[in-house]
Write a protein that binds this ligand. Structure first.
Ligand code: DX5
Ligand code: ZN
Length: 221
């Protein structure tokens, strides 16, 4: 199956003192998207970056900005994130009561809508709401921190979700986030993922172009 494969460096693992330079380097190295992790210290036990940083990042890259909102009450922040320059917003199913409404609100702002799901959350609500979204984000670690190990059960979850989408003729992007490296990306692609977030796997490597090229080759092999 030929899919549109995308490599999305997560800037959570970048050097924040040199963030503009890090983003320019992954852009020059062939990244397809910039994955932007937002944490509120409630939905996840960590804090990260938010709207002012996204606005500054928007000014220095042409790449689509993919904001992963690991926050409670995400509906309160959709507009400020899109106004700051986000091209897609991922909200977590665990904190959204009305999935079609949140997808419609994101689309009304002109952005792409994604629904994110944690490792322990049953996928039924995500699958039921899939026609409203452009992408499903499967967390392959417990969200909150970069540099964790890929949870092997995620492969079965990706397969199940991709099979269900295919059965219904839904061509959503399927994004995987957490512990993705050059040595497991092929397996993850075979399980049905086509958008690969990688933080430590890219920013922890000395040569961004070489590692992104290798990841792309492995994913499409
Ligand atoms: C984790 C974040 C991820 C994180 C991935 O909560 O959502 O995007 O940056 O980092 P790695 O690739 O190092 O697991
Ligand atoms: Zn993320």
């Amino acid at each position: 199956m030929t899919r549109n494969y995308k490599i999305a460096p997560s800037i959570l693992s970048a050097d924040f003192a040199r963030l503009g330079d890090e983003i320019r380097r992954v852009e020059a190295a062939g990244a397809d998207l910039i994955h932007f992790d937002v944490m509120d210290g409630h939905f996840v036990p960590n804090l990260s970056i938010g709207i002012p940083v996204l606005k500054s990042v928007r000014a220095i890259t042409r790449l689509p900005l993919d904001a992963h909102l690991m926050i409670e009450h995400p509906e309160r922040y959709l507009k400020p994130f899109v106004e700051a320059g986000a091209d897609s917003l991922s909200v977590h199913v665990e904190v959204c009561a009305d999935l079609p409404a949140v997808a419609a609100a994101i689309h009304a702002l002109g952005a792409r809508a994604a629904i994110a799901i944690n490792p322990e959350t049953p996928p039924d609500r995500v699958l039921a709401a899939a026609p409203h979204f452009d992408m499903i984000l499967v967390m392959s670690v417990h969200p909150g921190f970069g540099g964790q190990s890929f949870i092997p059960d995620s492969l079965a979850r990706l397969r199940l979700i991709r099979a269900d989408l295919d059965r219904r003729g839904l061509a959503l992007d399927l994004q995987v986030d957490g512990g993705i490296k050059a040595d497991n990306i092929a397996e993850v692609a075979r399980a049905g993922a086509n958008v690969f977030v990688s933080g430590s796997g890219i920013f922890g490597h000395p040569d961004y172009a070489a590692i992104i090229r290798r990841m792309r080759q492995q994913a499409t092999a």
